[in-house]
Design a protein around this ligand. Sequence first.
Ligand code: IPM
Ligand code: MG
Length: 360
Amino acid sequence: MTHKVLVLPGDGIGPEIVTESAKILQYLQQEYGLDIALDYGLLGGCAVDALGAPYPDETRQKARAADAILLGAVGGPKWEMLERPLRPERGLLAIRADLELFANLRPAILYPQLAAASSLKPELVADLDLLIVRELNGDIYFGQPRGIRTLENGEREGFNTMLYRESEIERIARAAFEAARKRHRKVCSVDKANVLETSELWREVVERVARDYPDVALSHQYVDNAAMQLVRAPKQFDVIVTGNLFGDILSDCAAMLTGSIGMLPSASLDAKGKGLYEPIHGSAPDIAGKGAANPLATILSAAMLLRYSLNEPEHAARIEQAVGRVLDQGLRTLDIMAEGMTPVGTQAMGDAVVAAMVGD
Ligand code: IPM
Ligand code: MG
């Protein structure tokens, strides 16, 4: 059966990095018989420009029909002045909600070749391998009511609602425990239960789910402490499960521990394993069009796509091994450049990954 993959290049550096990733999928198709059909669509600012909406109907239909989606990045200064419903970020939130992609997996892995690029001391991050499981369909991101209203005295006030249902907490907790079973069997649930009722319920439900996973050790941390622990002793973590807002913040922090946010892929999965795969970094408008962006996070996102949604672990491993090899060869884009290494651009890095797969 041919796997249908929808490719959404997006904005900024998105098209450049996605081109390299698509090149690798096409190579696997030609040389190793990966049965895949790529289709393309618009999401984000480019979709606003061409079709007047950040998640247009055309894209929605293609996304619903696809087995998996590969995304570059969305957003940029060009669209920041638009009214909120037309902003590129809205397109991203809309596709996550429309496809019920509730489980966001954000691994933070330190490549030994890049240990020097971390802002933490090497001994704190050596062999770092943690996974943030971020809930992606609920919380203050989607809770109603929300808005900006004018009070009687003429002063304005902004308001949002942090909201989680038991069923939403339960399904993300299960996703985290299942992921932990394939790793080191430790889950740390992060909340703010000392202040927020939403978190009080979160903690209660996570503990209930934990009873079904007696082989996995559960701990809890308040989000402020978790932020501190991440930069103090990140290797204490295996799987971190948390809500949408806390997960957004902690995953940027965790990504930086590894030295380059330009290396990290992510998956956003529904209940059946269909997913959207994207690099953790954004659209980097400052370097867009210059051929300087690091395509490895997107290339590794394609590997995650093969593993999680298409059940093609061998092809995924080919990509991951090839990425390790190009790092061993000393090839570096600007974001991970270090003394004595060879600087390369986006396209040369993609070509090097293909070359590293030859004969594999
Ligand atoms: C992320 C991003 C998005 C989020 C933005 C672009 C809406 O920061 O994927 O982490 O907040 O979820
Ligand atoms: Mg974020």
